[in-house]
Ligand binder design. Sequence first.
Ligand code: NAG
Ligand code: NAG
Ligand code: NAG
Length: 739
Amino acid sequence: MWWSPRLALLSALVLATARGAASDPCPRICLCDNVRRHVACRWQNLTQVPDSVPQVTRRLNLQGNALKVIPREAFAPLPYLTHLDLQHCQVEHLEEGAFRGLGRLLHLNLASNHLAVLLQEALDGLGSLRQLVLERNRLEEIRPGAFGQLGSLGALSLAHNALVYLPDMAFQGLVRARWLRLSHNAINVLAPEALGGLPGLRRLSLDHNELQALPGEALSRPGGLARLDLSHNPLTYVGEEDGLALPALRGLALARMALQEVGAAAFARCPRLRSLDLGGNQLAALPPLEGLARLRRLNLTGNPLRCTCAARPLQEWARRARLRLDATCAGPRRLRGEALPALRAADLRCPAEEDDYDDDDEGGSPRAPRPSRAPGPCPQACSCSAATGHSSCEGRGLEAVPRGFPDGTRLLDLRRNRLGSVAAGAFRGLGRLVSLHLQHCRVATVEAGALAGLAQLVYLYLSDNRLSSLSAAALRGAPRLGYLYLDGNRFARVPAAALAPLPGLFALHLQHNLLRRLTSGDLAWAGRLRRLYLSGNQVSRVAVDALGPARELESLRLDGNRLRAVPTAALRRLPALGELDLAGNPLRALADGAFGPSAGSLRHLYLNATGLERISPRAFSGLELSLRSLYLDRNRLRALPALEGFTRLELVSLSDNPFHCDCRLLPLHRWLAGLNLQVGATCQSPPSARGQRVKTAVAIFESCSGGGGRKVKRTLPPRRGARTLRLRTKPTKVGKGKP
Ligand SMILES: *[C@@H]1O[C@H](CO)[C@@H](O)[C@H](O)[C@H]1NC(C)=O
Ligand SMILES: *[C@@H]1O[C@H](CO)[C@@H](O)[C@H](O)[C@H]1NC(C)=O
Ligand SMILES: *[C@@H]1O[C@H](CO)[C@@H](O)[C@H](O)[C@H]1NC(C)=O
């Protein structure tokens, strides 16, 4: 545009001066356009909002000042503002009600400041706001409710912050939001309901984050989503089991990830998809994709495609579906650089038919990244890809961590070697490493300072080694570590001292070790821990105060241990606990109030294969409004109290119990009869009832006193017709997919 804003301001200033607009004072250091009511006070090192800005001002530009704090009602004297620009103002803190009084504000730009938290009340009073820009701040977390007052907001940008985790209902209240930009953060987890409460969302940008698995469940929440960008995340695999289901999705970008495989049905539940970008990945092949009748464009540029007979189905599919397919062959040598769609089917020969079959670039396991063509540093036994930042030396018999990986390495795979120990400074120079794989390396010691310099490390896999302890300094140097895998080792105690330098640890895997008890202090470091995996140990005791410090714990897996009772007292003070797995412990009985302390949060409870014979009538009391799934299968239950009032139950598993179907079981029968759930409860005795379903065995219960006619009808719970049957859902797993 020829009419630059700056020019506009200057000429308006001249105009204003010429008219001698004494009635519209202008602060000395600002430029005022009294016609359009714009005021700009840019790059003036102001420490507060100048107080003589005309009250009628519509746009105020304060970019480049030193406000630091926005006090309560700082703009209350300017009620007509529609645009407020506070970029580069060194803002660290927004006081409660900072923008109160700005009921007409449409655009608020807070980019390039120093905000680390957003308090719930900070954005009060902005009921008309359409666009909020919070880019390039230091936000590490979003608290549910932070945007609760912004009912008119259409676009929110949180790009270039330090977000790692998005909790359930993070964006609640943004009922009109159409575009959410979360690019360039370090997000590695989305809670299942993280995108709940965003009914209008059409576009979501999650590119340049640290997702290692597709959070299909969370991404499927905004049902109207039309465009989704997940490019530049370190994903290696996408498949149907990731559960992406977006009926309105038209454009999906999965470019420049680290994809090595895409399942044929991965997008089968995105039937309107028109454009799919898989460019710049590590795909050597792609099967025809199912269920994509409307797909028009498929980008496979920059993948190491093998144009052999294995590529024929892809080519045929593209032709039949009239896809615009961008794909260039990387091999065999004879076809290198050719466009796949232009080749004849006869060109796509099977390796055995190949006369000049070149083996040079297809060695190694299919999962190993392909070596980069461009010459660059890479240790001899390894392969390094500059494009994806992946380096692998899997299964090379190495006895020490080699040197000389590219600086930009983000994923380093050293599994299945013979390291024995990890030396101090072993990864020096790898400051950009995000994911480190050291599984099956016979590691018995991790020296102090082994992780020194790994400032960006998020995932550390030390599974299936020989560790029985870790010194206090063993894990120092990786302050952003979020996921630590120590499963399949020989720990008899939680290595609490070693975990203390990891303030952001999100998930700890300690399953299949030799733990016998959890004692006070074991989780003293665990303030941010959300998932704790202790399955398959020998835990028989949990001290009353052992779990207390893990206040944000959401999932606790204690299955396959030796607990003889539910550790009721230890569960107190776990206000976020949503999933508790006690399956496979010898519990035998459940007393009244066994889960009382976690009431209100517990949603998934596993008590299968616990030898349960007896469940007290109020064993589950307190969980009425929270419990969604309850696993009681493979026990010795002959009877079970009815669970009246558990209004949220979606799954109850009662199979493989020897239910005794006499009149004492009437309440259970009635309760089940009123539920639209399949529970698998079967009568084992008396012999006459054997094999019948407790739920449907009407004949058995008809004769019970109180079982006949009217009385039953009166006490029968209302049918919950709206509740649909849900078969066993997959338990939430971290690091799902192929690491
Ligand atoms: C603002 O402060 C910086 C650094 O102290 C200084 O260089 C600059 O000249 C100041 N600008 C104004 C307009 O005072
Ligand atoms: C296809 O992918 C390549 C590699 O990522 C990229 O450079 C190109 O812009 C993409 N083409 C389209 C049309 O998106
Ligand atoms: C308990 O049930 C879950 C869900 O069906 C299953 O994955 C798990 O293996 C079972 N645990 C035991 C110890 O049987």
